[in-house]
Design a protein around this ligand. Structure first.
Ligand code: AMP
Length: 282
C-alpha cells in the first residue's frame, strides 16, 4: 500500500503525535528523491529498527552551490512513491521550499572542524545547508532514529556531530554504500551521465580499491595516490578534487592507516561530480 504523501508540517505533526504518545519508534530517512537502491536500503534498515518510518524528499536549495546544479537535479516524485510502496512505510514527507524556508528565515546550523576538509572546501556552504535542513527535519518529524548512507561519509559524521552538539534526542545510523554491478556507488547524479561517461565511471571505485589496498599493505600512500590520479586523468576524468585517506572519526588526514581509516574521493567526469569512499583495512 502506498504511504500518504504529506506536504505540510501541520499534517506531519498530526500524523506523528499519536505515534509519539504511544511510545513508538519513528525512523526518518532524509533524501532528495530520485530514489535508487541505495536510498531503499536505508528504508529497509529503518523498517527493521523502527515501528514507524517516514521518508522525506526535499531537494534542498541551501546545499547547492549553483542555481544550474539545483535546476538540473533529477526530480521523480511519482516514481519515488511507487518504489517506496513495497516497504509499507507510514508517510512520505515532501515539503516545498516555502514550508522549509519561509520569508524571514534567518538561522544557519554550522558545524566546525569536520566541515573544514574535502567537500567543506570544494562546496562552500554545502554542509551549512545540510546541517540546517537536517536539524529542521529532525525537529519536524520528531524521529527517534535517523538513517544516512556511508556513501556520504563526511555528511554522516557532520550530522552525528550536529545532533550530539544540539542535544537532539535521536540515534543516527550509518548504512553501507550500495553499488552498481561495476562497482560505481549508486547516486541520483549517475542519471546525469551519458552512456559512454557512465561506462567510464567505474574507474573511480577501481582506482580507489587499488590505493586502499596499497595503503593497507603499508606501501607509500602518495605514490599510489599519484598513480590513481594519473589513470583517472587518462580515462577522461577532467579533475580530481581530492583523493585522500582520513580517519573515520575526526576525518584527520592520514599517510598510513594507523587508526580506522577510509579513502575519500571526489572527481569530475563529463561535467558530473562523483564522490565515493571506502574503508582502508588497517
Ligand atoms: P541524497 O538523496 O543523495 O541526499 O541521499 C539521501 C541519503 O541516501 C543519504 O543519507 C545518502 O548518503 C544515502 N545514499 C545515497 N546513495 C547511497 C548509496 N549508494 N548507498 C547507500 N546510501 C546512499
Amino acid at each position: 500500500m502506498s504511504a500518504p504523501i504529506l506536504r505540510g508540517l501541520h499534517d506531519l505533526r498530526a500524523a506523528t503525535l499519536p505515534w509519539r504518545l504511544a511510545g513508538e519508534t519513528i525512523g526518518v530517512v532524509p533524501t532528495m528523491g530520485a530514489l535508487h537502491d541505495g536510498h531503499l536500503s536505508l528504508v529497509a534498515a529503518a523498517k527493521a529498527v523502527c515501528t514507524r518510518v517516514i521518508v522525506t524528499i526535499f531537494v534542498n536549495p541551501r546545499q547547492f552551490g549553483s542555481p544550474e546544479d539545483l535546476a538540473r537535479y533529477p526530480r521523480t516524485e511519482e516514481a519515488d512513491a511507487a518504489k517506496l510502496a513495497r516497504f509499507g512505510i507510514d508517510a512520505i514527507y515532501v515539503p516545498d521550499g516555502d514550508q522549509m524556508y519561509p520569508e524571514g528565515f534567518a538561522t544557519t546550523v554550522s558545524v566546525s572542524g569536520l566541515t573544514e576538509v574535502m567537500d567543506g572546501i570544494h562546496r562552500p556552504g554545502h554542509f551549512e545547508g545540510v546541517a540546517t535542513v537536517v536539524a529542521k527535519l529532525f525537529a519536524q518529524t520528531a524521529a527517534t532514529d535517523a538513517f544516512f548512507g556511508e556513501k556520504d561519509f563526511q555528511q554522516l559524521q557532520v550530522v552525528r556531530r550536529m545532533a550530539r552538539d544540539l542535544d537532539i534526542p535521536i540515534t543516527v545510523h550509518g548504512c553501507p554504500t550500495i553499488r552498481e554491478e561495476d562497482g560505481l556507488a549508486m547516486s541520483s547524479r549517475n542519471l546525469l551521465l551519458s552512456g559512454r561517461a557512465r561506462s567510464l565511471a567505474s574507474a573511480l571505485p577501481e582506482q580507489m580499491q587499488i590505493v586502499a589496498r596499497a595503503a593497507a599493505a603499508g606501501e607509500g600512500f602518495s605514490d599510489a595516490q599519484a598513480a590513481a590520479i594519473r589513470v583517472l586523468d587518462q580515462v577522461g576524468f577532467t579533475s580530481v578534487d581530492y583523493l585522500e585517506m582520513r580517519a573515520n572519526d575526526d576525518l584527520a588526514l592520514l599517510e598510513a592507516p594507523t587508526r580506522p581509516a577510509r579513502l575519500f574521493a571526489a572527481a569530475w567526469l563529463a561535467g558530473v561530480r562523483l564522490i565515493d569512499n571506502i574503508a582502508v583495512e588497517g
